[in-house]
Structure formats: structure tokens, C-alpha cells
Ligand binder design. Structure first.
Ligand code: 5CU
Length: 392
């Protein structure tokens, strides 16, 4: 009970650890960090992580990308008590398996140290840091190498999960070769944070210069939608009912498309009898960050998650407990968790607080039908429970 008192927990907050930045500095192709001379004659470092990133990437100068002191200042400024920090994309995706394995292990140890040696702020405020570890999840990796790293992560007390992209192993995240990996993650009670990086085919964005808007606003969430849908379709959530997966950006379009998905499954002779439950049931097995920037969107996600139990096959008692309308919306809130996406989306001009953070907090406060209990759960209580932070 004390654990869920009014703490603000950020489950979607990134870092490029110094070792990762050094590695990116040594590269000549994307992703990389490079130096260039500004028109004013100064040398600046820039981070380039996406293939078609506008303006030659973004400045590393603010140190928000890697400096723990900056993370703590950001937390302090926005009243965040606990952050569950993850390496930002593209993780180790671009590396040969052997290099990815070594770097995963080193970066996991670095992240444990980053979290465990975090100082109190000068005013004595205790800010706690935990982390999502990295897996060497590259196409040619062996499942044995992944199991080794899962073992390492479960022995590091501040690492509570793993962050993964959508590429997976072999033929993708739904490759059967990942079965022992899902089993090991489930057994170790680690939370999987599924996060996008690739978006969708760039050709979809046309020729107009729209900055970074289309890949970020649409490409990222569609990528997550496709990845989690493939996992559902492959039966991973049936075979691993205790696997806990947190979806970035409120699950992308999955909540909006879940009834259409269910209908397509029901009408498809290949898939109709494959899954144990209606597709909508699986939304209630997932977790959704609350990085959606609007109350109506959070309310809608909450409704689709809260109705999930209705769609358990042959489960009369579960169906009865789902309830209707407002009850569903309250139920759904139990699987939603505040996040900031720091250090991405900094304010474009001078600002005391980041608009991206303020909007997400206001969105939580404004969801119709969520009372203080639901708001506090989404702000921090759910995270404390999901990551077992009350026990520390
Ligand atoms: O602004 C961006 O590119 C990103 C990114 O790459 N990853 C992320 O999590 N948010 C924003």
C-alpha cells in the first residue's frame, strides 16, 4: 500500500550509455555519432540513428542522451520519483551476433551500475533508477546466447526487464526459434518492453519535407502494431500466459484495430482455429505505456483493455467479471503506465517543463471515468506492481 502512494514512475525513458556512444563514434555508417563544424566555426557532435533522418541527425551537445545527471535533473523538474531506463533504439540490431553478445553483456553491467550508484539529488530527494537490459537479438544469434544474457540480466538486481525491437531472431519476433527465449523470460519474470525503430517503408512518406513527423507519429506505432499482432497470431501469448509485454506508444494501432483483427482471424481458414481465445482477449494480457498525449486516446485504450475478459473462450466467470462501460474503463487502467520518452521530444524553445511530459500527465488526469485511484495507478502504482518495486 505504501508503495503505491502517489509515486510518479516513468517506464519509457531512454539512455545511450557512454560505452554505446563510444561505439557509435567509431562507426562510419548509420547508426553513428559524428563531429561536424557548424557555420559559426564550432565543432559539434551529432547522433544519427535513422536512415533518412532530417538535418544530419540531432545534436548530442545537450548531454540529455547519455548523462545520468541530466536524467536526474529531468526527473526532478517533472516530479518523477522512479525511472525504468532503457537503451534507446536501435540497440544492437545492426551488429554481427558475436559483437552484439559481448556488447549486450557489457552494457547490461553498465546499466546496473548506472542504476545502483545513482546519487540522491542535492536536496536529499531520493530518485530511484531501474533498467531494462539488452538482448543480443539479431537475426543470426543463437537462442543459447540469448539465454545466457537473460540469465545475466536476472542476476542484476536493478534490471527488471528487457527492451526489444521488432526484428527478432531468424525470421522475426514470431520465429519458433524464440520459444525457449520466451519461456526463459517468463520464468525469470522479466518484463519485455517492445519498442519500434524501423517504422514502415519510407516510400509511404512521399516527397514533401515533413521533417521527422510521419515516421515518428505513424511509422513507429504501426511497426509496434505489426510486431505484437504477429506475436499474438503465432500463439506466443497462449503458450506463455505469464509473459509480461509492455507496448510502446500505447500499443500503436492495436486497440483501434483489435475487433477488425478478431474478425479477420474468424474468417480466415488458416488461422480461425489456431488461437485459444478471440484476438481481443490478448489485449488484457498486455501492458500499454500511457505515451499517447491525449485523454481520449488513453480512455479508448483503457476501454479495449478493460473489455478483454469478455473475449475469453468458454470462460463464463471471466466474462461476468468484465462488466460494462465505466467498469471496463477502470479495469483497463490497471495495465497502463506513465512514460515520457525522454530524451526524445525536448521542447523546441526555452521551457521550464517539457511539453511532451506535461501533456502526458494532463492526459492521465483528464480521462473521463478515471478517478484518483486509476490516475495514481497509471502514474506509478501499476509500475510498482509490475516491476516488483515495492519489495526493494
Ligand atoms: O525521435 C526519435 O527518433 C525517437 C526515437 O528514435 N526513439 C524513440 O523512442 N523516440 C523518438
Amino acid at each position: 500500500a505504501a508503495a503505491s502512494r502517489r509515486l510518479l514512475v516513468d517506464v519509457h525513458t531512454h539512455v545511450y550509455l557512454p560505452r554505446y556512444v563510444s561505439f557509435l563514434r567509431s562507426r562510419t555508417s548509420v547508426p553513428r555519432v559524428f563531429s561536424r563544424t557548424t557555420p559559426e566555426g564550432k565543432t559539434e557532435e551529432r547522433l544519427l540513428i535513422l536512415d533518412a533522418e532530417p538535418s544530419g541527425g540531432r545534436p548530442m551537445g545537450s548531454q540529455q542522451f547519455w548523462d545520468r545527471a541530466e536524467k536526474l535533473r529531468f526527473m526532478d523538474k517533472h516530479g518523477i520519483d522512479i525511472s525504468i531506463v532503457s537503451t534507446a533504439n536501435p540497440w544492437l540490431d545492426f551488429l554481427p551476433a558475436a559483437t552484439a553478445q559481448v556488447l549486450a553483456s557489457e552494457l547490461n553491467s553498465d546499466l546496473e551500475e548506472y542504476c545502483s550508484t545513482s546519487p540522491n539529488l542535492a536536496d536529499g530527494t531520493l530518485k530511484q533508477l531501474y533498467g531494462f537490459g539488452l538482448l543480443p537479438l539479431v537475426p543470426e544469434a543463437s537462442s543459447a546466447s540469448l539465454l545466457e544474457i537473460i540469465q545475466q540480466i536476472s542476476n542484476l538486481p536493478h534490471l527488471k526487464g528487457v527492451i526489444i525491437g521488432s526484428r527478432g531472431l531468424g525470421k522475426g519476433l514470431d520465429d519458433d526459434a524464440l520459444e525457449p527465449v520466451w519461456a526463459a523470460i517468463e520464468k525469470a519474470a522479466l518484463v519485455v518492453f517492445l519498442h519500434p525503430h524501423y517504422g514502415v517503408d519510407q516510400k509511404e512518406w512521399g516527397e514533401k519535407d515533413n521533417g521527422h513527423v510521419l515516421p515518428l507519429a505513424l511509422g513507429f506505432p504501426f511497426e509496434t502494431t505489426i510486431a505484437i499482432t504477429r506475436l499474438i497470431l503465432s500463439g506466443v501469448l497462449d503458450r506463455h500466459p505469464d509473459l509480461r509485454i509492455l507496448l510502446a506508444h500505447s500499443g500503436g494501432a492495436l486497440p483501434q484495430l483489435s475487433s477488425r483483427l478478431a474478425s479477420c482471424i474468424d474468417h480466415d481458414p488458416v488461422v480461425a482455429s489456431r488461437l485459444q481465445h478471440d484476438a481481443r482477449y490478448y489485449l488484457g494480457k498486455l501492458y500499454f505505456d500511457a505515451v499517447a498525449y491525449g485523454s481520449e486516446e488513453l480512455g479508448f485504450v483503457s476501454d479495449t483493455v478493460g473489455r478483454a475478459e469478455k473475449y475469453v473462450k468458454s470462460g463464463a466467470s471471466a466474462a461476468a467479471s468484465a462488466g460494462a462501460g465505466g467498469v471496463q474503463r477502470k479495469l483497463g487502467s490497471r495495465r497502463m503506465l506513465f512514460g515520457t520518452d525522454h530524451p526524445f521530444f525536448p521542447p523546441l524553445g526555452e521551457a521550464e517543463k517539457w511539453k511532451s511530459v506535461v501533456e502526458n500527465l494532463e492526459a492521465i488526469d483528464g480521462v473521463f471515468g478515471w478517478d484518483e485511484a486509476e490516475q495514481n495507478a497509471v502514474r506509478g502504482g501499476n509500475a510498482i506492481e509490475l516491476f516488483g518495486l515495492g519489495k526493494i
